[in-house]
Design a protein around this ligand. Structure first.
Ligand code: HEC
Length: 138
């Protein structure tokens, strides 16, 4: 009986793994649906998300140029580096299936990083566009 339970758990883990690998999964869709409601938008734009990702802005106090690419690099499928030099796993779900599946984590980092780059929070529309762009990458 114990063995059976163990096997069933193992099978469930494998199954979850294969769902992740298939791309946009249930959790990601849920995160996006939540943002759609917040934004009052019917759909999001990968092109707008691409612009948001690559936009460069000079910080009003620090006078340095900042962008999402500063830490995440110009290639979202590549590993990046934090300001403290810590490795950041790729942002695009094709390279990192864990991305955009945990609403709390998504919110926490959008808030922190949008403030770091843009000195304001990103809007629900911008967040949706950003995730849609990331999901469009193969
Ligand atoms: C100063 C460095 C830095 C910059 C600039 C930066 N990020 Fe990040 N970002 C991080 C770190 C560190 C993490 C958390 C570590 C991780 O998840 O691997 C992270 C994680 C995230 C996540 C969490 C994704 C998930 O579900 O796991 C999102 C969303 C995100 N960043 C969006 C952005 C956006 C949008 C911008 C540009 C406005 C941006 N980041 C710019 C450092 C940065």
């Amino acid at each position: 009986m114990k063995t059976f339970k163990g096997l069933a758990t193992l099978a469930a883990v494998f199954f979850a793994g294969s769902v992740y690998a298939a791309g946009p999964n249930a959790q990601m869709s849920q995160v996006l649906d939540g943002l759609k409601k917040e934004a009052g938008a019917a759909s999001f734009s990968a092109e707008e998300g691409r612009k948001l990702y690559n936009a460069k802005r000079t910080h009003s106090q620090k006078k340095e140029e900042r962008s999402c690419t500063t830490c995440h690099t110009s290639n979202p499928a590549a590993s990046g580096k934090s300001t403290a030099g810590k490795v950041i796993e790729p942002l695009s779900p094709s390279a990192n299936p864990q991305r955009f599946t945990d609403p709390k984590k998504v919110e926490k980092w959008f808030k922190r990083n949008c403030e770091w780059v843009y000195e304001r929070e990103c809007t629900p529309k911008e967040k949706g566009d950003f995730i849609t762009y990331m999901m469009s990458l193969k």
